[in-house]
Design a protein around this ligand. Sequence first.
Ligand code: NAP
Length: 442
Amino acid sequence: MSGEDAPAQQQKAEDQKQETKTSEEPKAESKPESKSPADAPAASAAAAAAENPPQEEVFTYRSLVLSGHGGYDKVKLQVKKGKPTPKNGEVLVRVMACGLNFADLLGRQGLYDRLPSPPVTPGMECAGVIEAVGEEVTDRKVGDRVMVLNRFGMWQEVVVVLANHTFLMPEGMSFQDGAALPVNYITAYMMLFDFGNLRPNQSVLVHMAAGGVGIAATQLCHAVQDVTVFGTASASKHEAISEGGVTHPIDYRTRDYVDEIRKISPKGLDIVLDPLGGSDTQKGFNLLKPMGKLITYGAANILTGQRKNILALAKTWYNQFSINALSLMHANKSVCGFHLGYLDGEFELVSQVVAKLLELYGQGKIKPKVDSTWHFEQVGDAMRRMQERNNIGKVILLPEPKKEEPKKEEDKKEEDKKEEKKEEPEKEETKKEEKPEEPKEE
Ligand SMILES: NC(=O)c1ccc[n+]([C@@H]2O[C@H](COP(=O)([O-])OP(=O)(O)OC[C@H]3O[C@@H](n4cnc5c(N)ncnc54)[C@H](OP(=O)(O)O)[C@@H]3O)[C@@H](O)[C@H]2O)c1
């Protein structure tokens, strides 16, 4: 994850663009040039070979590509040609599951500066199996099950990444858990422990408490004794977050969360995690007790609909928190900023955090909660689920094509009945309403 590999990754993205071909495109026909009669047998052999190329020459893989900035339809499923080959220090991973992050929603609208401009494959994390290793890779081998963290490009059936962007998955960990863990848990861990120095009996405010980072942060808070968690989330998710460890769930959509927190804890809080930005950062700062810490790590308030909203951007920017050093000193508070996307040169630091997370995972103290899984062709619906605030936990994308569901026994019986009815004299039947497609909920 070195700083220098960013241009290399950009180059790789460019290379991939060159060989990209949409699945909807008709197959290119090979038209041989006109040849002399003497060339005829060779020409027809060449034409036959072109029509039936050997299997390995037509390796294709599914890839999601952001084709431009805007709504859900801007992410297209494409089929790319040619097997990527790992170079020095790289590995080829067959991807089994990918994570969807809030930043991917921002990236689609052109609001995430760590994603190169379209056309580009988004995706910062995935889990899968190593299929090939490049030279000088000594600590990974073919068949290893790995989690991968990268700046972008992970929403593909196969990916080539630097070996030091991969982390060995423990036995028994599913690919969905592997894809759900890196971004959310590294972020939550570094904020709470590296910046926050969370200790027993402290209190923490977790916004978006039913989301990926929110659930990770709640679980990590309970890795420390007697921590009180205040969590904001839509009301329908309160039961789930209470069961997950939030001590005081707050419905920020109908109540003022600052008033609610002050009622329970008049002195305020020890740590506030702020993923919202704008005026919420100031509110978070005001809620801190002396010696409290505010960690700001997102700007969710700028996302209000499918497309970029200039008004929301202007409002968030106008209300941006700022403080001078003297006031900060008098307040006895600390303000930290965290952005994993800008830690991509810090491989060792991040690896150490992953090692600690896997230890906690092994002890059963943390476990990603998967909200729902969606195949690549359903990426728009997956994004909609997160953006319309319906997810409880992580939204996962699956590269494998969506299969036709095998017919259930009851459906078969229903069909048999219909067949029988066809033979009977016609009766008036009321039409059943068609149900929209539902995700696989975990
Ligand atoms: N700095 C970093 O390195 C870093 C890394 C990862 C994530 N983050 C930030 O952490 C936050 C959470 O990310 P995540 O990936 O875990 O997503 P997430 O929490 O799963 O996001 C979806 C949930 O956020 C809540 N929400 C609040 N404001 C929203 C808005 N304007 N639009 C849509 N949903 C909104 C909704 O739940 P409720 O209505 O129930 O609250 C929604 O279900 C984001 O701000 C993200 O940018 C930062």
